[in-house]
Design a protein around this ligand. Structure first.
Ligand code: HEM
Length: 410
């Protein structure tokens, strides 16, 4: 890529060594740093070294399993708007309706992550997320001028738009910070950490703002898009939809979904794992050797970028068998996913810290939807996975919905 050197890695033995590497000398790639600056700044997703380790420590503990268990009720609550609106639309339309599901799912995911991050200020938080989504759209193509010259200050139309959005997001987050009380949430944890470290006010503000933006990007979009892919696949595979519905009914026996029942939904877990194999939101994992390193016998000089094409690995028939392109959740039934060739949540020390949270969020939403609605892929659906920082359905997902007979009304 111009004068930037990339090593493409899809050999499982090299990926294994990258997975096992915990050294701070293996960092996130600085490629496209200028382009992504307005979206991530110095937050956890792109930072390296001690700065990253510090942020990881603070943020990871807010997503440990015992905390996630306590968030399932909140997730069930957040799903109610979507469930009620779909029920109403079906009833009004005489028994079935065609829906483009993406915006409703995004609203659910924004609600969940916003309540987790911002507690009672979550409505203001959602406004911030909408602006960050705009920001993401503005920076989803490489800013070639900035990358080549290192200068980010040309007042191009796109730069001006990104700066303006950045300013608004910054202001809104700081407003929430000012009004936040003693309540425990992620923002509070970030806040306490920023104020206890010996940095000046501007640095502390950036620390808070950049990490809120990182969590938004990491936690909102990827989960919403995975849910949309998953429902598309269930619409296409009625046999698996039936299995999941039966399982949910068996496990819940008419009681509301909770963290214990989610744990028992094995078929649903497999369906989500298979969705993430076929449509991993993160299309590639990238790293940079900050010092000379050696993986799988390959010397990697300092400065070289490493690029693991996740989809290529997930679709390698040598690793997964001849039915690699089929939707077959059964492949996850016995063995653990093949650790070094299955990377939907990334690799090694930088692996996704929201995995457990994302799985709980996905299982909550999908189990609730499947127990209430029968899904069929609509004839309006146009299949076009597209890469906009993450892999999303370009024209959205259209489903035809009917009610499950005998399901309780909201
Ligand atoms: C299905 C949903 C999700 C997918 C597919 C996903 C995927 C990923 C991937 C591929 C990475 C990069 C890992 C690497 O470079 O090795 C990542 C990092 C990260 N994810 Fe997720 N993620 C999801 C949901 C979430 C959620 C819900 C949160 C938080 C609430 C979250 C927080 C993070 C954070 C903070 C990082 C950066 C970790 C670091 O650099 O130390 N993710 N995720």
């Amino acid at each position: 890529m111009g004068n930037v050197v990339f090593l493409h890695v899809s050999r499982p033995d090299v990926v294994r060594d990258i997975n096992l590497c915990v050294s701070l000398d293996l960092g996130k790639s600085s490629y496209l740093k200028a382009t992504h600056e307005p979206l991530f700044g110095g937050g956890i997703l792109k930072s390296n070294g001690e700065a990253w380790a510090h942020q990881r420590k603070i943020i990871a503990r807010e997503f440990f399993l015992d905390k996630v268990k306590g968030m399932v009720d909140l997730m069930v609550d957040s799903a109610q708007t979507l469930l009620c609106s779909w029920e109403e639309r079906i009833d009004k339309n005489g028994g079935n309706v065609d829906i483009k599901i993406d915006d409703d799912i995004r609203a659910y995911s924004a609600d969940v992550i916003s309540r987790t991050c911002f507690g009672s200020s979550y409505i203001k938080g959602k406004n911030i997320f909408l602006k960050i989504r705009e920001l993401q759209k503005a920076v989803s193509k490489p800013n070639v001028l900035a990358e080549m010259t290192g200068l980010r200050f040309f007042p191009t139309k796109r730069n001006k738009q990104a700066w303006e959005l950045h300013k608004q997001v910054h202001k809104l987050i700081l407003e929430i910070v000012k009004e936040s009380g003693e309540e425990r949430n992620l923002l509070r944890a970030i806040l306490l950490s920023a104020s206890s470290s010996k940095v000046d006010l501007a640095e502390a503000e950036n620390f808070i703002v950049d990490n809120c933006k990182s969590i938004y990007f990491a936690g909102y979009e990827s989960t919403a898009v995975t849910a949309a892919w998953c429902l598309m696949l269930l619409g296409l595979h009625p046999e698996w939809q039936g299995k999941v519905r039966e399982e949910v009914q068996e496990v819940c026996e008419g009681r509301p979904v909770d963290s214990q029942s989610l744990q028992k939904m094995k078929n649903l877990t497999m369906v989500i794992q298979e969705t993430l194999r076929l449509y991993p939101a993160g299309a590639f994992v990238s790293r940079q050797a900050l010092q000379e390193l050696k993986f799988g016998g390959v010397h990697i000089p300092k400065g070289v970028n490493i690029y693991i094409p996740v989809s290529t690995m997930h679709l390698d028939p040598n690793l997964w068998g001849p039915d690699v392109k089929d939707f077959n959740p059964e492949r996850f039934s016995n063995a653990q996913p093949q650790l070094h060739s299955y990377l939907p949540f990334g690799a090694g020390a930088r692996t996704c810290l929201g995995q457990g949270f994302a799985m709980a969020e996905l299982k909550t939403l999908i189990s609730l939807i499947i127990s209430k609605f029968v899904l069929k892929l609509s004839p309006h659906y146009e299949h076009s996975p597209t890469l906009k920082l993450i892999v999303e359905p370009e024209f959205g997902v259209d489903l035809t919905l009917t009610r499950v007979q005998g399901a309780h009304r909201h």
